[in-house]
Design a protein around this ligand. Structure first.
Ligand SMILES: [Zn+2]
Length: 303
C-alpha cells in the first residue's frame, strides 16, 4: 500500500535514516521496491518514447534486453552503497550545503552506482550478465539527463526538483568534460537531436572524477563549490532544444509522470469473527479511490 507523500507516485527504493550521525553510529537500512520498477517497465513498453529519443536501433535493442536489470541494479547501488556511504570530515557542519545538499547527495548516490556498475567485479559476482548491460544504463542515464527529463519542465522555466537537478548536473558535466575526447556526441537523426556515447570507458572515468569531487564537497561542506556545480550544470535548460524535445514528446501523447492505485484489502471472517483471509481487489479508477479515501479517512475536522 502506498500512502502520504508516496501516493500515488512511489519512490523506487528507501534508504533510512538520512541523518549522518545516526548512520555513523548504527548504520542504515535499504529497501528496493522491485515491483514498482517492474510496473513502470511494463507500462512503458511499446509507448514509442524509447524509439523517439534513442540514437538508433542498436541502442533500443540493448535497452530492451538489459534495461530492466541494469536499472534495478542502478537503484540498488544508489540506495545501498551510494546514500549509505561516505563520511564527513571532523568538524564539518552537516547542514553546510543548505539548499544544494539534496541534489548533490542524489548526484553522489547516482555517481556511485554509475561508476561501480561498470566494474568487472559486478559481472564476476553475477549481478549483471554482461558489460553491455552497464552500457545500456549509461545510454539511458545520459539520454535522460541531456534530453528527455526536460519534458517535465514548462517552457522558460528552470529545473527545480532535486533528482532532476542531480541528473542534469551529472550529464552536462560529463558531456562538457569529455567534449575534447569526443566521449558523448549530440547527433541529428532525421533532423531529430539525439545523444550518442562514443567512449564508455572514458565516460566511466569521468563519472569517477565527479564522484570524487562531490564526495569532497560533502565531506568538507564546501558550499560555494557545490552551489557552482549545481547552478552551472543542473538548473538551466537550452530553450531551442527544449522546444524541440517538447514538440516531439507532445506527439507521443504520454503522461510525464506515472502514478499507482492501491488495491483494496477486504478481510474474510469465520463464524467467530476471526479473520481467515484477506481478499485483494484491484481498481483502475484513481479518482474514485481518492474520493473514497476522502470520504472514509478524512481525519481533519471539516468546517
Ligand atoms: Zn536517492
Amino acid at each position: 500500500m502506498l500512502g502520504g507523500d508516496c501516493y500515488p507516485a512511489s519512490p523506487l527504493g528507501i534508504n533510512l535514516p538520512n541523518a549522518d550521525w545516526i548512520r555513523k553510529e548504527v548504520g542504515s537500512k535499504s529497501v528496493t521496491l522491485a515491483n514498482i520498477t517492474n510496473a513502470y517497465d511494463e507500462a512503458s513498453k511499446g509507448n514509442g518514447f524509447l524509439e523517439e529519443f534513442a540514437a538508433g536501433p542498436e541502442e533500443v535493442a540493448r535497452i530492451k534486453e538489459y534495461g530492466t536489470i541494469a536499472d534495478a541494479l542502478h537503484t540498488d547501488l544508489h540506495e545501498c552503497v551510494g546514500h549509505a556511504s561516505g563520511k564527513l570530515a571532523a568538524g564539518t557542519d552537516p547542514n553546510a550545503l543548505k539548499n544544494y545538499a539534496s541534489p548533490l547527495e542524489e548526484a553522489r548516490a547516482d555517481l556511485f552506482a554509475l561508476y561501480f556498475m561498470m566494474d568487472k567485479k559486478i559481472i564476476d559476482l553475477g549481478l549483471l550478465p554482461a558489460r553491455e548491460a552497464a552500457e545500456a544504463e549509461y545510454d539511458a542515464y545520459i539520454r535522460n539527463g541531456l534530453l528527455t527529463q526536460i519534458v517535465r519542465i514548462k517552457p522558460g522555466k528552470d529545473i527545480e526538483q532535486a533528482h532532476m537537478r542531480c541528473r542534469s548536473t551529472i550529464a552536462h558535466w560529463v558531456y562538457e568534460k569529455g567534449k575534447s575526447g569526443n566521449v558523448i556526441e549530440f547527433i541529428s537523426r532525421d533532423g531529430k537531436t539525439c545523444v550518442m556515447i562514443r567512449d564508455y570507458g572514458k565516460l566511466r572515468t569521468l563519472f569517477g572524477e565527479l564522484l570524487k569531487e562531490i564526495q569532497r564537497i560533502k565531506s568538507e561542506g564546501d558550499f560555494e563549490a557545490g552551489k557552482k556545480l549545481v547552478e552551472d550544470y543542473g538548473v538551466k535548460v537550452d530553450p531551442m532544444l527544449h522546444t524541440e524535445i517538447l514538440e516531439r514528446y507532445a506527439k507521443l501523447n504520454l503522461a510525464p509522470y506515472a502514478g499507482f492505485v492501491n488495491p483494496y484489502l477486504f478481510p474474510v471472517y469465520d463464524g467467530n469473527g476471526k479473520i481467515t483471509d484477506i481478499v485483494v481487489e484491484y481498481t483502475d479508477d484513481y479518482l474514485a479511490q481518492m474520493m473514497y479515501y476522502g470520504k472514509n479517512y478524512s481525519f481533519l475536522p471539516v468546517r
